[in-house]
Each structure stands twice: as structure tokens, then as C-alpha cells.
Design a protein. Structure first.
Length: 94
């Protein structure tokens, strides 16, 4: 008997959004109160950190690799994975 295929974080996050939601055309910067520069260089405030996680998730959902997202945000790729896990867990109740 085959083991069921494990869902990736990307698939789990896609399942949290309505059918037809397109990560390529929905622009996060329209809603974000911070500039990309602030997200990239910013400090550790809770709001800024949350938006950085959201940005990391959206960039990865748009097809950028974990390493590419990490480079764009001046973070390690493991931080990008942790961001996606955080978003996945905290969006379940929305």
C-alpha cells in the first residue's frame, strides 16, 4: 500500500485561498503599509515582521525559489520556510 503524498507548504497555503486566486496577478504591495525597502532592511517590529513573512510567502508562491526569496529579503532560505509555516498555521482560522 502506497503512502499518501505529503502536501508541500506551497500546496497547503494555496488551499487556504479561494479557488481561482492567482498569486501572479494579486499584488501584495497594494495592501502592504510598508515599502519593499522597509521590508527588506527593516527591523523587528511585529507588524514589519508579519509583512515580511507575507512577502516571503507571496514571492515563493509566485515561483521564486527559497534561495531567491531569501536573497531578495536579506534572509536565509530557512527563514523563508519558517515564514511560510507561520503563515500557514496562522491563516487556518481566517
Amino acid at each position: 500500500m502506497k503512502k499518501p503524498k505529503k502536501l508541500t507548504h506551497r500546496k497547503k497555503i494555496q488551499m487556504l485561498f479561494p479557488d481561482g486566486f492567482d498569486f501572479n496577478t494579486n499584488r501584495i504591495d497594494v495592501f502592504c503599509p510598508f515599502s519593499f525597502r522597509e521590508i527588506k532592511e527593516g527591523g523587528q517590529s511585529q507588524d514589519l515582521a508579519m509583512w515580511r513573512r507575507i512577502y516571503a510567502t507571496f514571492l515563493h508562491m509566485n515561483g521564486y525559489s527559497l534561495d531567491e526569496v531569501g536573497q531578495m529579503l536579506n534572509r536565509d532560505h530557512t527563514t523563508v520556510v519558517a515564514s511560510m509555516i507561520y503563515i500557514e498555521k496562522n491563516m487556518k482560522g481566517i
